[in-house]
Design a protein around this ligand. Structure first.
Ligand code: HEM
Ligand code: HEM
Length: 209
């Protein structure tokens, strides 16, 4: 926890460099694949851009770079922090179940909605990669051309856009949650803000000092 002074509010460390690097690597790869994927999906945009092949190559090579970059972050980065986040995200206690039914409940490092966002993001990343790989392979060898692969890839895209709009609203617009942006960029957040939104996490951090 950072030191306190009369002038500056107390800060608490929320995300390590590895967690922030993973978030922004995933987000930038995802947004580039979303933009190029939508150009491929919409015939009017494909004709307008008139370089479908180039867009398709950017889409596929971004996917390769994105997968390699994420693997490198896992191998070379702070795996302990990433695994702790994953364990936190996949565990739903009584407070989380209360929170999900719209009642007030004290939350840990991630609230129950954020836990669902982590799980959906990981599951979708795997499904995007799998369906994308079979779209690529199916073009080269028709044995691997399965009905529904394209539909799965497209459906994941539409659902992801809906989740992303909600995520961006909370991260940059909603007054009570947008302070979180500080954590995912600099690593630290205001301790009083964290105590209001993630009381159980702040208590655990204080206890481990
Ligand atoms: C590992 C990740 C991915 C791989 C390997 C991959 C691969 C592919 C391939 C091979 C195609 C077919 C291109 C064509 O022939 O038209 C495609 C299309 C597409 N991709 Fe991906 N992709 C990946 C991730 C994503 C992500 C993250 C998004 C959106 C957020 C996305 C959205 C789309 C869309 C909308 C299309 C157009 C499908 C259509 O024309 O119906 N892809 N992708
Ligand atoms: C410019 C775009 C984005 C901004 C400004 C943004 C902002 C943020 C912020 C502020 C947090 C930290 C919340 C906390 O304190 O716990 C966060 C976490 C997270 N972000 Fe993003 N994000 C962006 C793009 C994305 C994208 C594209 C994805 C996935 C496709 C994504 C997935 C996640 C996940 C899974 C978390 C952890 C769980 C959560 O807080 O919901 N983000 N993001």
């Amino acid at each position: 926890m950072a030191g306190r002074s009369a002038a500056a509010p107390a800060r608490i460390h929320r995300f390590t460099l590895t967690e922030r690097l993973l978030h922004w690597t995933h987000a930038s790869g995802f947004l580039l694949m979303l933009a190029t994927g939508l150009i491929l999906y919409l015939p009017s945009l494909s004709t307008w851009i008139s370089r479908r092949n180039l867009v398709k190559n950017v889409h596929i090579w971004t996917a390769v770079a994105w997968a390699v970059a994420i693997a490198c972050i896992f191998v070379l980065g702070n795996r302990r922090a990433l695994l702790a986040d994953w364990r936190d995200a996949e565990t739903f206690d009584r407070d989380d179940r209360r929170w999900l039914t719209g009642r007030r409940a004290r939350q840990g490092k991630f609230n129950a909605g954020q836990k669902l966002n982590v799980i959906v993001t990981v599951a979708f990343a795997l499904l995007f990669a799998l369906s994308g790989f079979f779209l690529w392979l199916g073009e080269r060898d028709h044995t691997f051309l399965f009905d529904g692969t394209g539909t799965l890839h497209d459906t994941l895209t539409f659902v992801s856009v809906a989740v992303l709009v909600g995520h961006l609203y909370l991260a940059v617009i909603h007054p009570s949650t947008r302070h979180a942006l500080r954590g995912i960029t600099t690593g630290d957040v205001d301790e009083a803000w964290a105590a209001r939104h993630h009381a159980k996490w702040v208590e655990a951090e204080r206890a481990s000092e």
